[in-house]
Design a binder for this molecule. Sequence first.
Ligand code: MLT
Length: 266
Amino acid sequence: MMKTVKTGGARLAVEDVGTGQPILLVHGFPLNHEMWSAQIDDLATDYRVIAPDLRGFGASEATPGTVSMDQFADDLVGILNALELKEPVTLAGLSMGGYVAFSFWKRHADRLGALILLDTKSAADAPDTAEGRRQSAQAVRDGDMENLISGLMGKVLAPATAVAQPAVAERVHAIMASSDPVGVSAALLGMAERQDWTSSLESIRLPTLVVVGSDDAISPPAEMQQIADAIPGAEFVEIANAGHLSPMENPKAVNAALRAFMVRVA
Ligand code: MLT
């Protein structure tokens, strides 16, 4: 069921469905909780699935300026509090959701029982990447979202997905195109200033699963393997027939990996 929560000065939308051990699904950029629909449907039969729209995405209110990864993480705690969910959650974050997961781990460790990092990076942006994001943020504020979206559409899916699963490509495009330019710009500025977590990975003391699409061109398997190698005891799963949006491209394999992990961390 979709709920609305007021936290940190914004009205945020969150899907809260199922009962049992809680799993918090944090979407990537510039998407919303709908990217997890196959996971929500599957996992909610055995778990409590909480899938918010981050500030500025989906049905959640946008706030102008910069929205930092820390702000997104604090919003998640605000949502958990509003849902009266006090027990530690398993947090699964994809890409930008992974950057938020690192902030959440640093700031709200007591609320975290396990971590799932999908198709994400521990490194900060290189200076030219950060500058590119600031320019994109300006372009988006000036009314040009399509340039950003078409650039992303060329990168986020495995080449085979675009051919074999046109409905997935259409869905991704539709979700991106529905995003509020104010929220997109704010998240771009937030990602540009995010911190580098690479040297912190060895301090993570949580059961951790690292998941990557075998054709992920944005956070490639070799880079994600390094993240898994650096986190003590982390498990690594590579998803065949998937790029950067593995939960949408190969939901069956991602669901199986998440379920196996949830059983282990119970
Ligand atoms: C995402 O999928 O969230 C983006 O690729 C993150 C990014 O732009 O770094």
